[in-house]
Design a protein. Structure first.
Length: 132
């Protein structure tokens, strides 16, 4: 999904594109975030994240690459006049954090969350805030 973001927004509805992104990220984080958190805690100083992925240590970690890609995606859509005026880096952090939120909630509390309903509601609300 990062290469799709790096390619920039397509001519499709931006809201639909964000829904597709959230539909990929929310289940990914729900499945993988607890392991990522545990690994990061155990190896925070010992191993660069990219090293485990077979990349050089100076490569950009996936989380940083994702943030940069989504920030640029928002900025491109703003330049095209398809999004309102907002701080793209802040909203990129907010969007990615919103996609991680159900996983954190499940991990910390054991709550059961309907990820499909959450994804739809999250993107709908997020979209209303950035559409301009």
């Amino acid at each position: 999904w990062i290469p799709r973001l790096e390619a920039g927004p397509t001519n499709d509805s931006l809201e639909v594109q964000l829904q597709q992104l959230a539909s990929a990220l929310i289940p990914f984080y729900s499945t993988n975030l607890p392991s990522i958190l545990a690994w990061r805690r155990a190896h925070s100083d010992a191993v660069a994240p990219c090293a485990l992925l077979g990349a050089s240590e100076d490569a950009q970690p996936p989380a940083q690459r994702a943030l940069k890609a989504l920030t640029t995606w928002f900025q491109q859509a703003q330049v095209e006049g398809r999004l309102g005026d907002f701080d793209a880096p802040t909203m990129a952090i907010s969007f990615l954090g919103g996609c991680q939120a159900p996983a954190l909630r499940q991990y910390l509390t054991g709550d059961t969350i309907d990820l499909t309903d959450y994804s739809k509601g999250f993107v709908s609300g997020f979209w209303k805030g950035i559409a301009g």
